[in-house]
Design a protein around this ligand. Structure first.
Ligand code: 13P
Length: 247
């Protein structure tokens, strides 16, 4: 199975900063063969990023999507617009969207279906809050998010990102044991849903992944990659993550 490492830039980087990052980053990762490398810039930088990565081993992801194809939806962007802009993937269900924009499981599922119909690969995010973890509800939350998000959805071109909310942007990474335990559980639920086909699904970790902890995380049996926020904003640190060493 190929690894999958994606940069989620969130609301960071102008067009100029996007070009500058990619010109310095691309030479550092050009020989990477066994990892899919994906960059998710803000919409305004998408077209510049698409130009910069042309002919390279990088691919582009959007950070969000709307489920309708066109029409009176002020501010929204459709699946086919993303494809047209050069995206091969889209992040759906990120905890920041669930938290700040009230995206519930039903909305996440609608977006997933629309993305699949347009042929986009999914980076489907799930994860528990600190409160839920402390109340012993982690596995229940994960099960609900996976089953509702993926209702009536096949497993093609699906990447599942486990992002414990308490680890996002906090510098508090999950331990390798915590990550492995939840990843193994996700693998089990995916097996219930998809049988043997589930073995092809990459399950990636997100939440304060850095050059310092990536090697340990990637050594876990069920961690097949990473979704990186803060540490993906500098070319040096993100290229060290992409060039992780299996310990
Ligand atoms: P950080 O790497 O900044 O914790 O963000 C993780 C994340 O939310 C990626 O989607």
């Amino acid at each position: 199975m190929k690894n999958f490492i994606a940069a989620n830039w969130k609301m960071n980087k102008t067009i100029g900063e996007t070009r500058e990052f990619l010109r310095s980053f691309i030479p550092n990762v050009k020989d990477v063969k066994d990892t899919d490398i994906v960059i998710a810039p803000p919409f305004t930088s998408m077209s510049a990023a698409a130009q910069e990565i042309k002919g390279t081993n990088l691919r582009l992801s959007a950070q969000d999507i709307f489920w309708e194809e066109k029409g009176a939806y002020t501010g929204e962007i459709s699946p086919s617009m993303l494809v047209d802009a050069g995206c091969s993937h889209v992040i759906i269900g990120h905890s920041e969207r669930r938290q700040y924009f009230r995206e519930e499981d039903v909305i996440v599922n609608r977006k997933i279906k629309a993305a699949k119909k347009a042929g986009l690969g999914l980076i489907f995010c799930i994860g528990e809050s600190l409160e839920e973890r402390e109340a012993g509800k982690t596995l229940d939350v994960i099960k609900r998010e996976v089953e509702m998000g993926l209702a009536e959805v096949d497993s093609d071109n699906l990447v599942v990102a486990y992002e414990p909310i308490w680890a996002i942007g906090t510098g508090k990474t999950a331990t390798t044991e915590q990550a492995q335990d939840v990843h193994a559980y996700i693998r089990k639920i995916l097996h219930n849903l998809y049988g043997n086909k589930s073995e092809e699904i990459r399950i990636i970790y997100g939440g304060s992944a850095t050059p310092d902890n990536i090697d340990g995380l990637m050594a876990c049996q069920d961690v097949n990659g990473a979704l990186v926020g803060g540490a993906s904003l500098k070319p040096e640190s993100f290229s060290r993550i992409v060039n992780f060493k299996r310990v």
